[in-house]
Design a protein around this ligand. Structure first.
Ligand code: PGA
Length: 249
């Protein structure tokens, strides 16, 4: 499966930040990996102009459940699509925490995104640290049950497993625990959807991915890509992570 490497810029970047995207475009004219940058909404149109028809794609960090309406400050999946976006992240733990988004809302957002012909990245992650994977999976299962729509083409939906305690902290689970959790999520997908489609979903890992740990994480069984926050802001560090996904040393 082609790996998916996503950079989530979060609420970072004014126009000057676009220079980092320009560098990435120059560095990866023909990537073997799917590369997506999710800039703040204010930079989205400019970012789309920079990537043009090239292989690097642009995504949104969130979308509203409705296509339009009286929702001050929100943007819809339709708007992201219209701007030229290809992906959208939903259910990031910062949205769940800071905006009280529950999994039912996340599911409605996923449906809205798929309707708008965007590919969707649904984030799930446990808050408790230092618990065995099987226990953490109990939380993850509830999040997956409620956040992922019943009718979905696996090619259009990816899951980002992001332990909340690993986001922005420099801490990561062991490679063994990442492998266990990802294979458990894969098994879940096979049980919930058709067994033969489980391998078509991309399961990303997110939380303190950096150039040092990227290769080990990306070479782990059932890891089909990474969702990167802090280390995606600089082309120097993000390009190292892309190279790890491409197997370039
Ligand atoms: P981080 O963020 O890479 O800065 O830990 C990851 C994320 O929030 O998706």
């Amino acid at each position: 499966m082609v790996k998916l490497v996503v950079g989530n810029w979060k609420m970072n970047g004014v126009s000057a930040q676009l220079a980092e995207l320009e560098k990435l475009v120059a560095l990866f004219p023909r990537p073997q990996t799917d590369i997506v940058i999710c800039p703040p909404a204010t930079l989205m149109m400019a970012a789309i102009k920079i990537v043009d028809v090239g292989p690097i794609m642009i995504g949104g960090q969130d979308c509203h459940v409705e296509p339009s309406g009286a929702h001050t400050g929100d943007i819809s999946a339709l708007m992201i699509k219209d701007a030229g976006g290809k992906f959208v992240i939903v259910g990031h733990s910062e949205r769940r925490e800071n905006h009280n988004e529950d999994s039912h809302t996340v599911c409605a957002k996923s449906i809205a995104a798929l309707k708008a012909n965007l590919k969707v990245i649904v984030c799930v992650g446990e808050t408790s640290h230092n618990v065995p994977v099987e226990n953490a999976f109990a939380d993850i299962k509830t999040l997956l049950d409620q956040s992922i729509p019943d009718r979905v083409m696996p090619q259009n939906l990816s899951i980002a497993y992001e332990p909340v305690w690993a986001i922005g902290t420099g801490k990561t689970p062991t490679i063994e625990d990442i492998a266990k959790m990802h294979s458990r999520i894969r098994r879940y997908l096979g049980e919930r959807f058709r067994t033969d489609t489980a391998n078509l979903f991309r399961i990303l890992y997110g939380g303190s991915v950096n150039p040092k740990n990227a290769a080990a994480i990306l070479n782990t069984r059932d890891v089909d890509g990474v969702l990167v926050g802090g280390a995606s802001l600089k082309s120097d560090t993000f390009s190292e992570i892309i190279k790890a996904a491409e197997g370039i040393h």
